[in-house]
Ligand binder design. Structure first.
Ligand code: OXD
Ligand code: MN
Length: 592
């Protein structure tokens, strides 16, 4: 029986169901009983495998098709009415053409299969920040992952009532044919259609597709921001908590920063770090005139390789129950999940992510796919913030942008004001690592880490950031910073220890927000005086001299950088906001 009377939902479903022609229809009510039935069904079909119930209670393993292991940016489209609305950084398809193409692919694709109707909320149900979605899928894996990553079930329909403000999501597994794989967003229609994939980032439609691509455009129309940002709280010894939102391109340690463990000297004094979110922030102005953020998700869809008791004990702990692992290795001795970097003891008697027998002690092949994932409930995380469910969100003191730059960018610097902060975010870039295909050390521009996730023209998105700032009283606006954990010395060694020690930089950032500490003005913004970065306990690792070097701004390198930014802006054919062009000109002038 239908779980809602909402006429807009019923009409949309009728049309989709007539198209995909399922054998059976199941409404997801969110109950544990129903989810248990689905788990049992997925075990019977082999879609999931149960892991050791003592060591990893309620945990499962899933393997995707070999040709379907990651997000596919080249097959991701923004289907806005005009190419200009999608902008030069997105793939564009004409909406009518896209609907016709996708309907052709989806037609009859559920034949002999079950259609699952998932009502879900991004954000706590009923929060003024939250938005509802309905995903129609023919995959139990999608249902069970969505039940971890979002709030699913009947309460979502109850909160929505008859409103038309919900996001339509159609997912069809089809034959997992790469050439027919499309991840299409229709921002003007609040609609997502994803076909021929079963991999998380392409099919858990609440995440990148809705909470970033569609939501960024919703935010543009409704005066809020949907950002690819972690949210963390730093609690000081007085028990005061201040919140930071931070954006980094992939492979820069975002999840590790979100769940940071303070260095011993800070722990002893009583500092704590609380994780509100590790990937996405929805941000809007609160009644007191400050900006507030929620994490619209309810779980972590994290990269498994490299996660271990040292790099991120909180994330590891979060995966110890109620977790779905995708494309990791299976240790046959104890029926647990294993991945590269979990420990130094790969299992000899194992199955690799492709499903083949694998001897981790001898094989040159990897056991887990480099993009293998865990889908873990946020509530499992030992440092999950007590404010995680707060429907009003948390007040933001600082925005932090960052990237991987071996030489150019200092450990940390502060933008002069809001608009300059938007400029710093717009110029964000990272040097490619060996983890990605292609050349190493190439600079890839990734404004606000939103390059693959902005659902409209990036130049308008920058303007939207400027407008959001203009609506804030300057003393209430978050301060904006840029960090670089990845500076290297002449020998190519990382100069900054990173991980928990990054709190030392956040500490300076929060002191700046409160006007407690001075800074040195440079052409790019304010950098710390070396004596203001707390090195207590790491003096043997980071010399005063090395810290000074990490804070240096080399005008020649920055001149080249300014040219790179100008080149990037040129892609927008004059649409990059004047405020940002002015910041670029000011930078060039200061460097002269
Ligand atoms: C992610 C990503 O999976 O940014 O979070 O790629
Ligand atoms: Mn992400």
């Amino acid at each position: 029986m239908a779980l809602t009377k909402n006429p807009t939902i019923l009409a949309w479903l009728e049309e989709q169901l007539a198209l995909v022609q399922p054998e059976k229809i199941v409404w997801i009510d969110g109950s544990e009983a129903q989810l248990n039935e689905l788990r049992a069904e997925a075990l019977a079909s082999g879609e999931l495998q149960k892991l050791n119930d003592e060591l990893l209670p309620d945990c499962y393993l899933h393997r995707t098709a070999l040709n379907d292991v990651a997000r596919v940016e080249h097959r991701t489209f923004i289907c806005a009415p005009t190419k200009e609305q999608a902008g030069p950084t997105n793939n564009w398809m004409d909406p009518q053409q896209a609907y016709a193409l996708l309907k052709g692919i989806a037609k009859g694709s559920y034949k002999g299969r079950t259609a699952y109707i998932i009502p879900y909320s991004m954000g706590p149900v009923g929060s003024p920040f939250s938005k509802a979605g309905v995903e129609l899928t023919d995959s139990i894996y999608v249902v069970l992952n969505m039940a971890i990553m979002t709030r699913v079930g009947t309460p979502v329909f109850e909160a929505l009532g008859d409103s038309d403000d919900w996001v339509r999501g159609l997912h069809c597994r089809c034959g997992i044919v790469e050439e027919d794989r499309y991840i299409c967003q229709f921002p003007q229609d609040n609609t997502i259609i994803s076909v021929n994939s079963g991999y998380g980032g392409n099919v858990l439609l609440g995440k990148k597709c809705f909470a970033l691509r569609i939501a960024s455009y919703q935010g543009y129309r409704e005066q809020w921001l949907a950002e690819h940002m972690l949210i963390l709280g730093v609690e000081n010894p007085q028990g005061e908590v201040r919140y930071i939102c931070a954006a980094f391109p992939s492979m820069c340690g975002k999840t590790n920063l979100a769940m940071l463990i303070p260095p011993e000297s800070y722990r002893k004094k009583g500092y704590k770090v609380w994780c509100v979110g590790d990937d996405i922030a929805w941000i809007r102005k609160g009644a007191d005139g400050r900006l507030y953020a929620i994490n619209p998700e309810n779980g972590f869809f994290g990269v498994a390789p490299g996660t271990n008791a040292k790099s991120n004990p909180n994330a590891l702990e979060a995966t110890r129950r109620g977790t779905i692992f995708t494309n990791v290795a299976l240790n046959l001795d104890d029926n647990t999940a294993w991945w590269e970097g979990l420990d130094k003891n790969p299992p000899a008697n194992a199955i690799d992510w492709k499903g083949n027998p694998w001897n981790g002690k001898e094989s040159a092949e990897k056991g887990a796919h480099p993009n293998s994932r865990f889908t873990a409930p946020a509530k499992n995380c030992p440092c999950i913030s007590p404010e995680f469910e707060n429907p009003q969100g948390v007040p933001i003191s600082a925005f932090v942008f960052g990237g991987r730059r071996a030489k150019l960018t200092p450990l940390v610097y502060q933008a002069r004001d809001w608009n300059h902060g938007v400029f710093v975010g717009s110029a964000m870039a990272s040097e490619t690592t060996a983890a990605a295909a292609g050349a190493v050390g190439v600079v890839r521009r990734d404004p606000m880490a939103m390059l693959p996730f902005c659902g409209y023209n990036m130049a308008e998105y920058w303007q939207h950031w400027i407008d959001i700032g203009a609506a804030l009283e300057p003393e209430k606006a978050p301060k904006v910073f840029n960090v670089n954990w990845f500076r290297k010395d002449e020998e190519g060694n990382f100069m900054w220890p990173g991980f928990g020690d990054n709190l030392r930089v956040l500490d300076w950032i929060l002191d700046r927000c409160e006007g407690k500490v001075g800074a040195v003005e440079t052409p790019i913004g304010f950098v710390p005086r070396a004596e203001d970065v707390n090195l207590e306990g790491i003096e043997s690792e980071v010399s005063a001299e090395s810290l000074k070097a990490m804070l240096e701004v080399d005008p020649a390198l920055w001149q080249t950088e300014a040219e790179g930014i100008a080149e990037f802006y040129a892609k927008f054919e004059g649409k990059a906001p004047k405020e940002l062009q002015d910041c670029l000109e000011a930078l060039k002038a200061k460097l002269r």
